[in-house]
Design a protein around this ligand. Structure first.
Ligand code: HEM
Length: 279
């Protein structure tokens, strides 16, 4: 499937840009034979996309190819994974009381001072994360469109053609996108949080997980995070070519351990509030 899509894209570029294509058109079309050479050259020039300056050509070719989009997905996924590991570990501060948790949130905002200003570090993290989310989502969407387009027509309306892993990843991605919107409104802006007190994440977390709906939302989302990472990490390793016969087992085990540790680590916070360990 992937090869068909890539070949299709490459084929289009070659037809439009190669001088051979222009000559062939000139030989076949009687209209083109009568046209002056300068006009024909002008037409050929218009058909050829302008050469992008510097490394733009490489980046454009990479983004245009199926393997390039998969590399973008893998790298952006790993960036988000690194954030999730740090975020999960930071969240565990909640078990050490409000002083530690709120102090940690304050440290995140003053990190790098006096070289950086207040919240600058956090804003750099936010911009990198946003870029990773957008690139990951757009490449996932475009790859799935190519996947559908490359299928033989007779299979197009059969739902069973996508694998269990593919369907889980797509649904997981949608659930996580919706969760992130809720989560930001809950614990970053405080809009949907029952307390929503800026600078007091500990109190906001406790207030959120005292409601049944927050527990349901977070538990479903954390299970989706686990499943997404389990398959996503393994897929990224394959795309980036680090899987060899000897390392495949280790990488699969790493995917499972990462998924389990992150899911349990994140889940421990709502469970801590529900059981009264955090209050
Ligand atoms: C039970 C699980 C989680 C808890 C208790 C939690 C807690 C928090 C808290 C308290 C904040 C605000 C931090 C602050 O303002 O200093 C925050 C921000 C954030 N969380 Fe979570 N989080 C959880 C899971 C997740 C997951 C699974 C993701 C991603 C899929 C995520 C992504 C984010 C993002 C992107 C921010 C915004 C950071 C910023 O302010 O720029 N969180 N989280």
């Amino acid at each position: 499937m992937a090869t068909t899509a890539t070949t299709g894209t490459t084929g289009t570029t070659q037809t439009a840009g190669s001088p051979g294509a222009g000559t062939a058109a000139g030989q076949q079309s009687p209209g083109a034979q009568q046209a002056p050479t300068a006009k024909q050259a002008q037409r050929n020039q218009r058909a050829r996309p302008p050469a992008p300056p510097g490394g733009g050509g490489f980046l454009r070719t990479l983004w245009g190819s199926t393997i390039g989009k998969k590399v973008v997905m893998a790298v952006s996924g790993l960036v988000m994974l690194a954030y999730l590991v740090a975020h999960m570990l930071g969240n565990l501060k909640v078990f050490f009381g409000p002083g530690e948790m709120n102090g940690y949130a304050h440290w995140l905002r003053t990190f790098g001072e006096p070289v950086l200003h207040y919240e600058w570090f956090l804003w750099v993290v936010r911009v990198v994360l946003l870029a990773a989310v957008v690139l990951h989502g757009v490449s996932a969407y475009q790859l799935s469109r190519r996947d559908i387009a490359a299928r033989p027509v007779k299979y197009q309306h059969k739902r069973q053609r996508t694998s269990y892993a593919t369907r889980t990843m797509r649904w997981g991605g949608i659930i996580l996108t919706l969760f992130i919107v809720w989560h930001l409104l809950d614990l970053t802006t405080g809009t949907v949080n029952p307390r929503g007190q800026s600078g007091h994440p500990y109190e906001n977390i406790v207030a959120a997980f005292r409601t049944w709906y927050a527990n349901v939302i977070y538990i479903v989302a954390m299970l989706a995070v686990g499943l997404h990472i389990r398959h996503g990490f393994w897929s990224a390793a394959q795309t980036l070519g680090v899987t060899k016969p000897g390392t495949a087992r280790v990488l699969k085990a790493t995917s499972n351990v990462l998924a389990l540790v992150l899911t349990l680590g994140f889940l421990s916070v709502p469970l801590g509030v529900m059981t009264g360990v955090v209050n």
